[in-house]
Design a protein around this ligand. Structure first.
Ligand SMILES: [Cu+2]
Length: 112
């Protein structure tokens, strides 16, 4: 019985993954939805993404950073080295953000 359940969950997992792949392929691939934080810099500092896109920030510094939107639409926890933060943009607009620990670090996500 346990083996069967295991196989079912593996199957469901594969099915769900396949759906994601199909959904991702159907969308016009956004140019950059991965932003890395390296040497106190968001890179790229500005990205353009379609509505509904998920942007993921990864901290590659050995110093903690945050991602905080100036209009408080999104706010990450403190990210240690190699930690990630993801936000899905449901509405069009220009979202500027900064690191609350190092406010001179700024970036922008343009959702259209
Ligand atoms: Cu920082």
């Amino acid at each position: 019985m346990k083996g069967n359940q295991m196989r079912s969950s593996v199957f469901i997992g594969l099915f769900v993954s396949a759906c994601f792949v199909v959904a991702a392929a159907a969308q016009s691939a956004p140019s950059a939805t991965e932003i890395t934080i390296d040497n106190f810099t968001f890179g790229p500092a500005e990205v353009k993404v379609p509505v509904g896109a998920t942007v993921t920030w990864t901290n590659r510094d050995d110093i903690p950073h945050t991602v905080v939107n100036a209009d408080k639409v999104f706010k990450s926890k403190v990210m240690d080295t190699d930690e990630k933060y993801a936000f899905t943009f449901a509405a069009a607009g220009t979202y500027t953000y900064f690191c609350s620990i190092h406010p001179k670090m700024t970036g922008k996500v343009i959702v259209q």
